[in-house]
Design a binder for this molecule. Structure first.
Ligand SMILES: C[S@@+](CC[C@H](N)C(=O)[O-])C[C@H]1O[C@@H](n2cnc3c(N)ncnc32)[C@H](O)[C@@H]1O
Length: 389
């Protein structure tokens, strides 16, 4: 989309630590779920950067990405950038979408512009109550490690006290760092799913529901304004019976201490490709995306339709044997015409227009019939101006 902001500029320097943390947390989640017969359905909030879409679609096992965006202008940008990809964009808030959808997800990654507030708390509970994460699915969340309202702070403390009553941490709330308090409060919410029915007022035990998960693991990174906390866990099962055992076994995990402490990401130590640095591995990912776009839309995408920041764009397009949108050689135009003929059996003005090569100098110079004669292929009739055979 013209005028769309460049993706990598949004997070400035902090982006490096953010991307590093995201990859370190999300890559094990995705890798563990590779090689399955069924493709994964992923839910995320990619924002204007669309980083999440790029990232999740770089895994073969991803079948569909569902993108949530409450801001209409951002949703419009996401739609343009995701055109031709297996991405469904919902212009809705998380809470709205989660309350109404019938979809089930293998991976949920919600990257909030918020602290651990009531909405984040309600969203995760809706996900669990409605069993929107499949068994063995994963949930990852990031929120600000920044000052909350007094009400939210009180809520965090209450969550901690609930868990602490059941199994004392032998620590005082005030003795923990603020970020740790936030993570412990979130963990308390998740720990409770094991032994407090999701449907608390449900009189029939047959309708009670409990969720078991792995212990959430926490990372943090700094942005220009504040810390961000990034946590993840897997859903191991849904049951009608409470299960307190694991919570009681791994108290360090639930209380985010010892080897389960918050892991701090300061610089990029990412393995694999880096969107910011580019590199051959990333060029191959972009190349695959360009080729897939072409297969679906029958024209070479403009750079902005895949990712405004991509470097070596012409080389990537040429690398997958397609005709660049600017400065294409005559041979590349001929090859595009031959691809049209392979698909349709003939070539028309309309198909040249669709392939976005109708006005290229070669075609203006030689005309459709001239090119077809030279290449020995059939020119079909366009609706507007029939061409004699
Ligand atoms: C932090 S940004 C996403 C950044 C992206 N994940 C990345 O790593 O570059 C969050 C995006 O989700 C949208 N958003 C935040 N909270 C939301 C909510 N509760 N429901 C729907 N969209 C939300 C924001 O408008 C924003 O575009």
């Amino acid at each position: 989309m013209k005028g769309a902001p460049e993706r990598v500029d949004h997070y400035g320097e902090a982006n490096v630590a953010k991307r590093s943390a995201q990859r370190r947390v999300l890559t094990p989640i995705m890798s563990r779920r590779g090689g399955q017969a069924n493709k994964l359905r992923v839910l995320c909030m990619p924002g204007v950067t669309c980083w999440d879409i790029d990232y999740f679609l770089s895994f073969e096992q991803t079948g569909e990405v569902v993108a949530l965006e409450s801001d209409p202008a951002t949703a419009a940008v996401i739609r343009v950038r995701a055109a031709g990809l297996p991405v469904v964009v919902h212009e809705q808030s998380t809470t709205e979408f989660l309350s109404t959808t019938d979809d089930r997800f293998d991976v949920v990654y919600l990257d909030y512009f918020a602290n651990f507030n009531q909405q984040v708390e309600i969203d995760v509970q809706i996900l669990m109550r409605r069993r929107l994460i499949r068994r063995r699915g994963a949930y990852a969340v990031s929120f600000y490690g920044a000052r909350e309202s007094i009400v939210t702070q009180a809520r965090h403390r209450m969550l901690f006290e609930d868990l602490d009553t059941l199994r004392p941490s032998n620590e005082s709330w005030g003795g923990m760092s603020r970020n740790r308090q936030r993570c412990v409060a979130f963990n308390s919410l998740i720990a409770r799913l094991r032994f407090c029915s999701l449907f608390v007022s449900e009189p029939s035990s047959a309708n009670r529901a409990f969720v078991t998960t792995t212990v959430p693991k926490w990372s943090s990174y700094a942005t220009s304004n504040c810390d961000m906390l990034l946590g993840c866990f897997s859903v191991t099962g849904y049951s009608k019976h409470p299960d307190r055992r694991k919570v009681f076994r791994s108290m360090d995990g639930w209380y985010v201490r010892g080897r389960f402490g918050i892991r701090r990401w300061t610089v990029s130590t990412a393995t694999g490709f880096s969107l910011m640095q580019g590199g051959a591995a990333m060029d191959a990912v972009w190349g695959a995306r360009v080729a897939r776009f072409y297969r679906r839309n029958h024209y070479t995408p403009a750079r902005v339709e895949i990712g405004a920041h991509i470097r070596n764009w012409q080389a990537i397009v040429r690398g997958v044997g397609l005709c660049p949108r600017v400065n294409a050689t005559d041979a590349e135009i001929d090859a595009e015409v031959m691809r049209i003929v392979e698909r349709d059996g003939y070539v028309t003005r309309a198909s040249l227009k669709k392939a976005k090569i109708g006005q290229r100098p070669l075609l203006v110079r030689e005309g459709l019939r001239g090119v077809c004669r030279r290449l020995g292929v059939q020119a079909g009739a366009s609706r507007r101006r029939p061409i004699a055979q």
